[in-house]
Ligand binder design. Structure first.
Ligand code: FAD
Length: 852
């Protein structure tokens, strides 16, 4: 007789539920495992349609928790077919005697949290109520087939099949007229097999999909060899990789090679027959539309090379979504199928289905009879199985209601208001964007360790905090925002289910980075969770990922280079180092013209570089001062940023090479700034600018020079400025601000580098001078309208913020942008860090605004 009161209830006996059962047993918890089907295997139990196969190689799509399995189980193919994967699940279940502890044909319909008893009550299809402390949804991301939203489906009297609920005895289509609706992965896998049998096959396609041949055969030799040589390292690499399959990240931009070279690289990836290889050929195909187009065009070229009828080939070629933004597929003879005389493709955009009828389908202006209709219409992915269960948490709030506008989770594992509820591969975790075996094992391990931690430390409940959950939502959105995934109407975005909110459901920041976030949460005492038992509470509230994801990647990359600290160098060495680093940047957008010249500084000539917009002039002018701590940099060193500002704001940018310390210390830079402004103003017309429309701009130390120049222009009789644009400016060298300490170590501009800059530029006494520290000016009144950008993880953040506040208090019109998750350098990294682009747009808008 099963216990009605246990530590843990697990719902689902796919790979997730099976592994969790094993671990709960090992760690001595009492449990019940409930499964709606009548065998283990989950996905591979239900999806028995012909051609159903895993797209990840068998070297990677298998459990790692039982090393014996690697000897005891031999896969027959590179991409295992459904029957073999199901046999594998059954083999594992038998080996570990899991069957004895799984209750089959039991569906969980509801779950209620009792705040008094701190327990869940689980309601099953057998009418039983089970009380448990912890409730785990191992219900699968792709386990609820989507109901076809087509009129008349109930009328059809022929045979109806749904790929995700395929009859166990199989289906024989020999001599039949068959319709397949849907061309996602299940459609693409099953269509060639159905075509082999059917007398006539009509495929109804709404959206063509990218698919590459699986080239099935033995497992990839190079993976087999690596596994044999050092399995532990291989598995570790998988766990910390982007997708859960060890793969070297590309460092090549698709835009840095010719189309011929790009296609040659893609051909090599294609020949590998590995799902992730094409998307991994270039570093930027997921984040840059033009880079993605290169891959997409290669794929379309492949379709054209196979499909004989050019019109059909065109219909089968995706144009409306980027490669990878909908799940790419692997096939065996899919496109070839459309060369067969008895196979027809119907484009639902041109000939929509009007209705399913008793005998067939009415579409466009045709009516066609069929013996069978196959719905390959996909799944209510990621959340379907979870909200199918009526889960009521604290105060009776249901998860379905809470998630009305999109799933809210912390780490994709837990949700506020639902203590002790865990989701395996839930929304907000890498899940369907990963090799799911790796993600499943990680989640099971995390849940097991958490349960053990709670038991060992006498905690009854665990629940994420609202701050942590909201922070995770923001982080997930930040990750999605830097990609082009959101452009596609994909099931990743909930777009296939009417009424489902449009958000990115899986976490797109990568398997390894996600895992590190989970590890960090635990290492920091369950950061963002409240653990409690009666009056005993532990809560280390906070956010686990605050730096913008692309900035974080750059920081991680830089940390691997073991670069010397610039403050340990001589100025000459630091200048050479800075120049060498700048040489590797993308150049920035095209502008109308770039010319170099010489202008009159405070003590001799200064070089300048002029960036002219492509539009007819004359243009407003911004006199720009570069960053580099007054020690290094030049009129050309902020080239990409100047190009970007010029192109986006339609402003003529004059970047000035003011004198540098220590050779020319304070007040040389300030005096040069003012002199350059006067010269540019005087020569504005000759430069192609409008003298009455002139602003100053600068970044970092250049922001300091710009701010000081604006004050000098105000105090010394002009020129009258239209505005000042200050990006992460140095405004106060006279004192320490909290951000110097908080952000002083990890974020490229360090506290000690900043001190090195000041030491070269100005003495402690000089730093009190407003021409070194503009924040200290007696008055900031009557300065021009200001756009001031500060970055959250910049040591200079607080002095920039203080300057913005002081300007506002002095009555100056200020637009102050506090760039969340950014560091001192990130917004200047044009075409490298997509997360900086919106702020550069704001800066360009502000410049335009100054002049209107
Ligand atoms: C056609 C197809 C191809 C795929 N190919 C790949 C691939 O190439 N690579 C990859 O990594 N992943 C692939 N996947 C994803 C696949 O779902 C996962 O790899 C993995 O099998 C999921 O295991 P799971 O245990 O988390 O969930 P599932 O296997 O979905 O198991 C969940 C179980 O929970 C049960 N359940 C759900 N709700 C309830 C309830 N209320 N009460 C009781 N029981 C319930 C279901 O019956 C099911 O058995 C594919 C999925 C599909 C559908």
């Amino acid at each position: 007789m099963a216990q009605s009161d246990v530590d843990v209830v697990v719902v689902g006996a796919g790979f997730a539920g099976m592994y969790l059962l094993h671990e709960l047993r090992k760690t001595g918890f009492s449990y019940r495992v409930l499964e709606a089907g009548d065998d283990v295997g989950g996905t591979w139990y239900w999806n028995r349609y012909p051609g159903a196969r895993c797209d990840v190689s068998t070297t990677d799509y298998q459990y790692t928790w039982d090393p014996e399995l690697h000897e005891q189980w031999q896969w027959s193919e590179k991409h295992a077919a459904q029957p073999e994967i199901l046999r594998y699940a059954q083999f594992v279940a038998k080996k570990h005697d899991l069957y004895s502890d799984i209750e089959f044909k039991v569906r969980v319909n509801g779950a209620q949290w009792n705040e008094k008893t701190k327990r869940w009550s689980i309601h099953t299809s057998t009418g039983e109520k089970i009380s448990c402390q912890h409730y785990v949804m191992a219900t699968g991301c792709l386990s609820v087939p989507k109901e076809p939203d087509i009129a008349g489906t109930e009328k059809f009297t022929g045979n109806v099949y749904v790929t995700g609920r395929w009859p166990h005895e199989g289906v024989d289509f020999t001599g039949k007229r068959v319709a397949v609706i849907g061309t996602g992965s299940s459609g693409i896998q099953s269509i060639p097999h159905i075509a082999d049998q059917a007398k006539e096959l009509v495929v109804f396609q709404r959206t063509p999909n990218f698919s590459m041949p699986a080239f099935n055969g033995p497992a990839p030799q190079y993976r087999v060899e690596r596994l044999k040589a050092d399995r532990a390292t291989y598995e570790r690499e998988a766990r910390y990789s982007g997708t859960g399959v060890p793969m070297e990240d590309s460092t090549v931009s698709a835009l840095s090679v010719t189309q011929e070279e790009a296609f040659a690289m893609l051909e090599a990836a294609w020949q590998k027959g590995e799902l992730l290889s094409l998307g991994n050929t270039f570093m930027d195909s997921a984040i840059n539309r033009k880079a993605n187009d290169v891959v997409a065009e290669f794929m379309r070229m492949k379709v054209r090379s196979v499909v004989k009828d050019p019109e059909v080939a065109e219909l089968l070629s995706p144009y409306k979504h980027g490669y990878g933004t909908k799940r790419p597929c692997m096939d065996t003879g899919y496109f070839e199928t459309f060369n067969k005389p008895h196979v027809r493709l119907v484009d639902l955009n041109a000939q929509p289905i009007r209705s399913i009828t008793e005998t067939g389908i009415d579409f466009g202006n045709e009516s066609k009879d069929f013996d069978a209709i196959v719905y390959a219409t996909g799944f209510d992915a990621m959340t379907g199985a979870i909200v199918n269960v009526d889960i009521a948490g604290k105060d009776g709030v249901t998860l379905k209601d809470k998630w009305e506008n999109g799933p809210l989770t912390y780490l994709g594992l837990t949700s506020v208001g639902f203590p002790n509820l865990y989701m395996i591969t839930g929304p907000g975790s890498p899940s369907v964007l990963s090799n799911m075996m790796v993600s499943i094992e990680q989640h099971v391990d995390w849940i097991r360790d958490t349960l053990v931690h709670m038991r060992d430390n006498g905690f009854e409940t665990i629940e994420p905090t609202p701050l942590a959950e909201e922070g995770w939502r923001v982080h997930c959105t930040d990750c999605a925002d830097i990609t082009i995934f959101q452009e596609a109407n994909s099931w990743y975005m909930g777009a296939n289910v009417p009424g489902k909110p449009r958000v990115m459901f899986p976490y797109i920041g990568g398997v390894g980075r996600y895992r590190m976030a989970c590890e960090e949460v635990v290492a920091k005492g369950y950061l963002g969770f409240e653990l409690a038992s009666g009056a005993k509470k532990q809560c280390n509230d906070g956010l686990v990922r605050e730096v913008q994801p692309d900035v974080d990647m750059v920081l991680d990359f830089i940390s691997t280079l073991n670069l010397p600290a610039m403050e340990t160098m001589s100025p000459a060495e630091a200048r050479a180092f800075s120049e060498a680093s700048s040489a590797m940047r993308p150049s920035g957008p095209e502008v109308g013209e770039i010319t170099d010249g010489v202008l009159q500084g405070a003590d001799g000539n200064l070089e300048y570089r002029l960036y002219r917009p492509a539009t007819p002039g004359p243009h407003p002018i911004a006199v720009y001062f570069h960053g580099g701590g007054w020690v290094f940099g030049s009129h050309t060193s902020d080239d990409p940023l100047c190009r970007d500002l010029c192109a986006q704001s339609n402003t003529l940018i004059v970047s000035v090479n003011y004198r540098h310390a220590p050779e020319a210390p304070f007040p040389a830079a300030a005096e040069d700034g003012f002199a350059a402004l006067k010269w540019v103003h005087k020569n504005a017309a000759a430069l192609g600018g409008i003298p009455e429309k002139i602003a100053v701009a600068g970044w970092s130390a250049g922001g300091n020079v710009a701010a000081v120049t604006a004050q000098m222009a105000r105090d010394k009789g002009g020129p009258q400025l239209s505005g000042q644009l200050l990006l992460c400016p140095v405004t106060d060298g006279s004192q320490q601000h909290a951000s110097h300490r908080e952000n002083g170590e990890r974020f490229i501009l360090t506290k000690s580098l900043m001190e090195w800059f000041w030491d070269h530029y100005a003495t402690p006494e000089q730093r009190k001078n407003p021409q070194a520290s503009p924040l200290l000016a007696a008055s900031l009144a009557e300065l021009p309208p200001t756009m001031l950008v500060t970055c959250q993880f910049d040591p200079l953040r607080d002095e920039g913020n203080a300057y913005a506040r002081a300007l506002m208090q002095a009555g100056v019109e200020v637009e102050h942008v506090e760039a969340r998750g950014h560091i001192h350098t990130s917004i200047t990294m044009v075409d490298m860090l997509p997360s900086g682009a919106p702020h550069r747009r704001e800066m360009a808008q502000a410049l335009k605004g100054f002049f209107n």
